[in-house]
Design a binder for this molecule. Structure first.
Ligand code: ZN
Length: 377
């Protein structure tokens, strides 16, 4: 026994996956499981991990812990082990596991890891909300769950599970522990929000729909990805070229239409945002017959807009009275500032035909149009 302790007094043999959920008398020792997951607040005392393969720890691991002599020893032909919240009401020791995943706040006492092959730890950021307050917590192997209109966030732990978050309207934390998980976040139509993804493990993905900005807040692991869908160009187009011509009838008419932008620029020519979906607005003064222009008087030129500066790209959210008050008092300050005023022509949305909602959102943007190449995400 590599821990050097005598484990044979109260040995219990199990096979398959095990969940440690507080029924075992501490100290609890587990020997030779496959992958092991420590959920938040699972170990109420100290934890020692001996001879693991990879360790993905969302907590510091540099303490020193004396080998406890287990009162409960779990052995046998074990597969994965899940330490649930409050799973061990005291100390614990884990010997010869394969990969180990340790969540934020998993260990209330000291934690020592010895003899591991490789360790991953990062402490850039912590989730805003405790695990117990999350709207959904998925635990296990190839599980799936859907959560609708979450308030604060969700977590998935284990291996190869899928979590779908729909109709979100608030900023969210997404906590991912383990490997091969897929999390998908979409918002209520037009509702703009941010997702902070926290990864503890490897090969996980959090993907987000339009309007949902997703950021990797912390990664105690490797090969995890957070992606956001390209903004669908159709949402920016009020009227296609074909529709505009067919509505023109017979005779001379001036039509406007929008189409996907034919530009090699990586930034929006109108507002300077990079990595955005861009459309071009075109005008044509022509003589029409049977749905086609047969003679063009004026080709009208082209102007551009993108998901960030188009009135159709902005979220159609209802502002509360407080939000509205805050917005207007802030924008008055912004326009009174000499440093800000000269850059406002960057935004031309206020004169775009059909920009019904541009007044409010235009004000919103006054303050941060300084850089010609804004990233905007
Ligand atoms: Zn733009």
């Amino acid at each position: 026994m590599s821990s050097g302790t005598d484990w044979d007094t109260n040995a219990v043999e199990y096979s398959g996956d095990i969940a440690v959920n507080g029924d075992e008398t501490p100290p609890v020792g587990i020997e030779s499981p496959e992958d092991v997951y420590f959920l938040p607040h699972s170990i109420e005392g100290d934890l020692k991990i001996v001879n693991a393969e990879y360790v993905f720890a969302d907590v510091p691991t540099g303490d020193t812990v004396d080998d406890p002599t287990p009162e409960t020893e779990i052995t046998g032909s074990l597969e994965d082990a899940y330490y649930q919240p409050h799973g061990v009401a005291g100390d614990a020791i884990l010997v010869n596991p394969e990969d180990v995943f340790i969540a934020q706040d998993a260990v209330e006492g000291q934690l020592q890891v010895v003899g591991d092959e490789q360790r991953f730890y990062d402490d850039q950021a912590s989730p805003q909300f405790p695990y117990a307050q999350l709207d959904e917590t998925v635990v296990g192997w190839q599980q799936s769950a859907t959560v609708t209109e979450p308030r604060v966030g969700a977590a998935v732990s284990g291996y190869d599970s899928s979590l779908t978050i729909e109709e979100a309207e608030h900023d969210l934390d997404v906590y991912v522990l383990g490997s091969e998980h897929e999390v998908r976040v979409t918002s209520q139509v037009g509702r703009e929000l941010s997702v902070n993804a926290f990864f503890v493990g490897t090969n996980n993905t959090v993907s987000a729909g339009p309007y949902v900005d997703v950021t990797v807040a912390n990664e105690s692991g490797t090969d995890n990805t957070a992606t956001q869908d390209t903004f669908p160009v159709d949402r920016l187009i009020e009227q296609t070229e074909t529709d505009a011509y067919s509505e023109a009838g017979f005779g001379r008419a001036q039509v406007t239409y929008q189409q996907s932008a034919d530009t090699d620029d990586e930034y929006c020519p109108n507002c300077g945002c990079v990595d955005v979906t861009i459309i071009e607005r075109r005008q044509r003064d022509a003589f029409f017959a049977f749905g086609s222009p047969v003679y063009t008087y004026d080709d009208g030129g082209v102007s551009y807009e993108c998901e960030e500066c188009s009135p159709r790209g902005s979220p159609k959210m209802q502002l509360t009275p407080d939000e509205r008050r805050e917005l207007f008092s802030w924008s008055e300050l912004a326009t009174a500032d000499d440093d800000i005023t000269p850059v406002t022509p960057v935004r031309s949305r206020a004169v775009i035909p059909g920009a019904h909602s541009s007044g409010l959102t235009g004000l919103l943007y006054l303050g941060w149009t300084f850089s010609p190449f804004r990233h905007c995400q």
